[in-house]
Design a binder for this molecule. Structure first.
Ligand SMILES: Cc1ncc(COP(=O)(O)O)c(C=O)c1O
Length: 419
């Protein structure tokens, strides 16, 4: 019987920190690439043969897509996708209730209305049943539903078979928010261009990073020129000067970001493989403990590019120990556990009516649901049970996973010390 670390015992996973490589990944190739770009004194992409152009090609190829448009961050990647797909004032985009706020705020930024659908608490992804019911309800109520954004939460692909079918039935576009899902695969094909457009983030905590950055990918020949035009303040890429064909904004990525990302992309496939393999290993170990279930395993997910490693905690299996206390105990044992976003998005202060009135035209707010009155069962139960580990723990290999499992087992065996 060993004393829990939170009670002064030896941390079970004290070796884990040393096994996790420093983040963000940095090697001599990244350093040299950045210095070369700096010395080249071309820091903006507005010249032919730019690093951004190369990165767009290479990342799109890696993600089984024809085209990419590199942008400043993942939030504007979503805005660019919505603008390209023609979301106009007052049109509605269905989004999952549990995600980072940009998935929804990008809709309001282009003048649209985000409508929350529920998630499946076993997968953390949008529930196809709720999506269908939400679309039908909005159509009945006269809403102008234009599309759906799915989030591959924590890198776990949403059920794209069911979602594409529903989208096809109702004539909706599908945007894949892949900010968590670099390298994730659905039936052997990388996510992102399975729907109409896919948006990625390269912010520092993400699996591939340049500190900030983003990209939109697509297979649609009819969208790519428009996306490039919109992202370059209405100018045709590669044509210098001041002819602007549409009113737009500047979403461009810098050459310095692209210099880092081109090298990050070279080391990513190996990290992805390791994370996938260790993630599967950890899932099979966790499933045997009871009360710390991984997300539902689905054979259609052939590769998972993790962001969060999600654990669904059930206090009933831990003598009623509250989740917050479980997380504290796990952290004391040396496992960097946390929660994801902590609450469904409709609970965020930004969605309270008086706050919306400060940021969105009043007439549009009148057409929005009363977000603060919402209660979606799957989203609520998922957030209540969710414990997350950062994806970097998977880079600690099977030895790291064994330490995580040992720490959880120790808490379970000694839970009475905490009651
Ligand atoms: C699901 C999701 N979408 C979009 C974004 C926005 O990306 P960025 O932070 O690069 O703007 C994030 C970033 O955290 C995210 O997690």
């Amino acid at each position: 019987m060993s004393k829990l670390a939170i009670k002064g015992g030896r941390p079970e996973a004290e070796g884990l920190r040393k096994l996790i490589p420093p983040w963000p990944p940095l090697n001599d190739d990244i350093r040299l690439s950045l210095i070369k770009a700096l010395d080249g004194r071309r820091w903006c992409r507005l010249y032919p043969g730019s690093l951004c152009e190369r990165f767009e090609e290479e990342f799109a190829r890696f993600h089984d897509a024809k085209y990419g448009v590199a942008v400043a961050n993942g939030t504007v990647a979503l805005e660019l996708a919505f603008k390209t797909l023609g979301v106009s004032y007052g049109e509605e985009v269905i989004v999952p209730a549990v995600t980072f706020i940009a998935t929804a705020s990008a809709v309001t930024e282009v003048g649209g209305i985000p409508i929350f659908a529920d998630i499946d608490p076993e997968t953390a992804a949008i529930s196809p049943e709720s999506l269908k019911a939400t679309v039908e309800e909005r159509i009945d109520e006269g809403g102008r539903v234009k599309g759906v954004t799915v989030v591959h939460y924590g890198g776990y692909p949403a059920d794209l078979d069911a979602i594409l079918k529903i989208a096809g039935d109702y004539g909706l576009f599908v945007v894949e928010d892949c900010a968590h899902a670099h390298g994730s695969e659905w039936r052997g094909r990388k996510v992102g261009a399975i729907g109409d457009m896919g948006c990625f983030s390269f912010q520092e905590s993400k699996s591939m990073t340049a500190g900030e950055g983003g990209i939109v990918i697509t297979n649609r020949d009819d969208l790519i020129d428009r996306a490039r035009l919109i992202h370059n303040i209405g100018r045709v890429l590669g044509k210098p000067g001041y002819i602007h064909y549409i009113l737009s904004s500047n979403y461009r990525m810098t050459e310095l970001q692209a210099a880092i990302l081109l090298e990050a992309l070279k080391i990513y496939p190996e990290q992805l493989k390791l994370k996938h393999e260790v993630g599967e290993y950890l899932a099979s170990k966790l499933s045997r403990i009871g009360g710390v279930d991984p997300l539902r395993r689905d054979p259609r997910i052939t590769m998972r590019g993790y962001y969060y490693y999600v654990i669904r905690y059930d206090p009933r299996e831990f003598e009623g120990l509250p989740k917050d206390r479980f997380i504290e105990a796990l952290r004391a044992e040396g496992v960097p556990a946390s929660v994801g976003y902590g609450m469904p998005l409709y609970r965020q202060p930004a969605f309270a009516r008086e706050r919306l009135m400060e940021t969105v035209p009043g007439e549009l707010v009148e057409r929005m649901p009363r977000y603060e009155d919402m209660y979606l069962h799957g989203a609520e139960s998922f957030c209540a049970s969710e414990v997350t580990l950062p994806h970097q723990v998977l880079l600690a290999g099977r030895d790291g996973a064994d330490l995580i499992v040992a720490a959880i087992e120790k808490i379970k065996e000694n839970v009475y010390e905490l009651l």
